[in-house]
Design a protein around this ligand. Structure first.
Ligand code: FAD
Ligand code: SF4
Length: 477
């Protein structure tokens, strides 16, 4: 077996404090910060025990070669670490920022499990690729040879973009259609800027554009162009449209003014981050400043809403969830972040109706957890006679998302969907029931994660290349 290089433990404190102070005085903030970040990354990377049973790798959906790029980072071989990390992940710096690492790679780190605190894999991954961008190592794609075949991708979220990257590397002509004015999907208009800076997403879009990917924006497939027209234009089509139908609230007053959808609220906030003029923010309808905000839901979208409302200057922000803390779907880390920022969680509480129009309060039913249901989760039950009114002048619905009815919206026969409305597709290849049509990401899995959309996009692009290869062979016969 090849001998492993000795790992040098790098400390943040320098050996000589006086020399360090003099150094600091002569440097500007960015230089000091960069140096600190490098030391931090190397320190963390050095903590990897190279355990030989890389559970971190097997629990990363992309099976990133984490131990090897940690070793390279620890020994200062950053450009190699970048090349290795980028070889399995289209957007490492994005995953490093927003993957729920506690449930994936870091949650399965052997050091974490032995009680010594995980190696912060995500932050090292982010550091490696941010450095690669700074140093100019990330380049537009230049395929060895161009092909005359083209693929139309519907949806410019992480699934569609990851597929575009693989297809362009193989020289395929790629056009991405999206109904928004900017590409990126939920990376751009869902996830808030305090978790994922928008310039980090936009530089990737620019890179793909410079690589020859054509973006057709403000183009709602089914309205501005038909699905059949896209099929007619391209040799294969990839559906990567995500899930956007908001689960709704019921009960008296549920349609009152001031009760808004999480996706609308977050989209407006993200547009502001780009410096856009946003009338719904200016007129106060999607602006939490000076308001008592109640967010309903217990997932990560709810956490993004409460944390955005705090930043917009809400007078109070409460999050209502019908189960307890231990049973909420959102990440515990996010709950802790929200609590530290001043959000109040009201556990075991469900909305029964709404007072006023515009809304002035949420009628809350107190709940308790009853017997487990078929999935093993305890079902919430109403506690009779314990209702009360929670004051609110902005209520944000964050109860999750469902797929839109694509066959109906696109007036297309033969595109099979599941009973949940997701597109029925082979999980490995993304092949749908239509010849030459593939599908990836949330529209196949239901609301999921960025890293899974990237994996699907990459896998499906490989399957599309096989499909195009076969099509070419048949044409040549
Ligand atoms: C608020 C919020 C926060 C999240 N935070 C995280 C997080 O921190 N970490 C994480 O891993 N995951 C997070 N997720 C989940 C993650 O964003 C999604 O799983 C991921 O973006 C799915 O990628 P996708 O490419 O399938 O779809 P999307 O990112 O949804 O992109 C789909 C694209 O298709 C376009 N589109 C849809 N229909 C049409 C049409 N008819 N014509 C043209 N274009 C169309 C849409 O405009 C959109 O740009 C979050 C989700 C939300 C809602
Ligand atoms: S892609 Fe996500 S799960 Fe995989 S190593 Fe990076 S942060 Fe961890």
């Amino acid at each position: 077996m090849a001998k492993q290089p000795m790992l040098k433990f790098v400390t943040i404190e320098r050996d000589m404090p006086e020399k360090r102070d003099a150094d600091l005085r002569n440097k500007d903030f960015h230089e000091i910060y960069a140096e600190f970040a490098e030391q931090k990354a190397r320190e963390q990377a050095s903590r990897c025990s190279q355990c030989g049973v890389p559970y971190c790798q097997s629990h990363c959906p992309l099976h990133n070669n984490i131990p090897d790029w940690l070793r390279m980072t620890a020994t200062g071989r950053l450009e190699e670490a970048y090349a290795l990390s980028q070889s399995t992940n289209t957007f490492p710096e994005i995953c490093g920022r927003i993957c729920p690492q506690d449930r994936l790679c870091e949650g399965n780190c052997v050091i974490e499990q032995s009680g010594h605190g995980t190696v912060t894999i995500g932050s090292v991954e982010k550091y490696i690729t941010d450095t690669a961008w700074e140093k100019g190592w990330v380049k537009p794609i230049t395929p060895a040879a161009e092909r005359d075949q083209s693929v139309g991708i519907i949806g410019a979220g992480p699934g569609g973009l990851a597929a575009a990257d693989v297809l362009r590397r193989a020289g395929v002509q790629v056009t991405i259609y999206d109904r928004h004015d900017r590409a990126g999907g939920l990376l751009t208009y869902g996830i808030p800027g305090f978790k994922l800076e928008k310039d980090v997403v936009m530089r990737r879009i620019d890179q793909l554009q410079q690589s020859g990917v054509e973006f057709v924006l403000n183009c709602n497939v089914g309205e501005d162009i038909s699905f059949d027209a896209i099929r007619g234009k391209h040799d294969a089509v990839l559906i990567a449209t995500g899930v956007y139908k908001t689960r709704d609230l019921t009960g008296p007053g549920a349609t009152a003014g001031g009760i808004v959808r999480a996706i609308d609220y977050l989209t407006v906030s993200n547009k502001l981050n780009f410096g856009d003029d946003v009338p719904e923010y200016e007129d106060g309808s999607l602006n939490a400043a000076g308001k008592k905000v109640v967010v309903i839901g217990g997932g990560d979208t709810a956490m993004d809403c409460v944390r955005t409302a705090i930043r917009q200057g809400a007078t109070s922000v409460k999050c209502l969830y019908r189960r307890d803390r231990a049973n909420m779907p959102g990440s515990q880390r996010e709950v802790q972040n929200a609590e530290e920022e001043g959000v109040e969680f009201v556990w075991l509480a469900a909305p029964k109706g709404f007072a006023g129009d515009p809304v002035s309060g949420v009628m809350v039913q107190k709940m308790r957890l009853g017997a487990p249901d078929a999935s093993g989760r305890q079902s919430p039950e109403v506690i009779e006679g314990a209702d009360y009114v929670e004051e609110a002048d902005l209520v944000i619905k964050a109860l999750g998302f469902e797929p839109e009815d694509l066959p109906k919206l696109w007036n297309t026969d033969g595109l099979d969907v599941t009973r949940w409305g997701t597109v029925r597709a082979d999980f490995q290849t993304g092949q749908t029931s239509l010849d030459g049509v593939f599908a990836v990401g949330d529209i196949v899995r239901g609301a999921s994660l960025v890293v899974w959309a990237i994996k699907d996009g990459r896998d499906s692009a490989d399957a599309i290349l096989d499909y195009l290869g076969d099509a070419k062979a048949v044409a040549a016969e």
